[in-house]
Design a protein around this ligand. Structure first.
Ligand SMILES: [Zn+2]
Length: 226
């Protein structure tokens, strides 16, 4: 009896519809999982995310797992992660993303999450992209390299800036501390959402100075129209 009562209290529920789900390791029911707005393209050398950087930067492969604007799911989840400090949700999403991309990511040596400025990270308490990277790393067995790429400039919120202003805003904001560590390696830059791509472009340009074998990009979601 007691066991049954405890099980009913602790039975996990779907993050969205609050329906009960059978396993504590899952965060969505099957129906909500099926509603995740997955992009149609894979992590590859030829897709809209790679196109976004074409002519600007030598990106080997890139991909985005979900569409940001197709429904409210991603917006709601990122809000909960950032403003309600739900770190576990970010890790879970990284694990789910890993299920879909594990095979494609074979050959990657390091996952490098886009860093926050230390002041911003201490205000928020954590870096959501690092949490996503933890889940991705668990699901793929690829090592995370954090504290090597650092953000040295505190940038303002980019929401009200024009595209050109955003690009100016993120140039020269990153610094790679240990360049030999990634020389000749295949590195995967990850971010929560790609909007203009300016942040990723700036970070990738800093990584290029270390002569990695390839630079690759994966984001949880894409906000630009494809
Ligand atoms: Zn559900």
């Amino acid at each position: 009896m007691l066991l049954a009562a405890l099980q009913s209290i602790f039975t996990p529920t779907c993050h969205f519809c609050v329906k009960r789900i059978p396993y504590a390791t899952e965060i969505f029911c099957l129906e909500c999982y099926g509603n995740l707005p997955k992009t149609s393209f894979r992590f590859s050398e030829d897709n809209p995310v790679v196109d976004r950087f074409r002519g600007l930067l030598s990106i080997h492969k890139a991909g985005a797992w979900l569409y940001y604007n197709q429904n409210d799911m991603i917006r709601d989840m990122l809000y909960e992660i950032k403003y309600r400090q739900n770190r576990d949700l970010a890790v879970h999403l990284g694990r789910l993303c890993a299920q879909d991309f594990k095979k494609d990511l074979q050959g990657i040596d390091f996952i490098i999450p886009i860093p926050l400025h230390p002041s911003k990270e201490s205000i928020r308490g954590f870096n959501q992209t690092k949490q996503i990277a933890i889940g991705l790393s668990e699901g793929t067995n690829i090592q995370i390299l954090s504290n090597n790429l650092i953000r040295k400039v505190f940038t303002d919120s980019q929401t009200k800036k024009t595209r050109d202003e955003r690009f100016q805003n993120v140039s020269q904001v990153f610094e790679l501390k240990d360049k030999p560590k990634i020389e000749g390696k295949n590195v995967l830059l990850i971010d929560d959402v790609i909007t203009t791509g300016a942040t990723l472009e700036s970070a990738a340009n800093e990584l290029l100075k270390a002569n990695p074998n390839t630079i690759n990009i994966l984001t949880l979601a894409t906000a630009f129209e494809l």
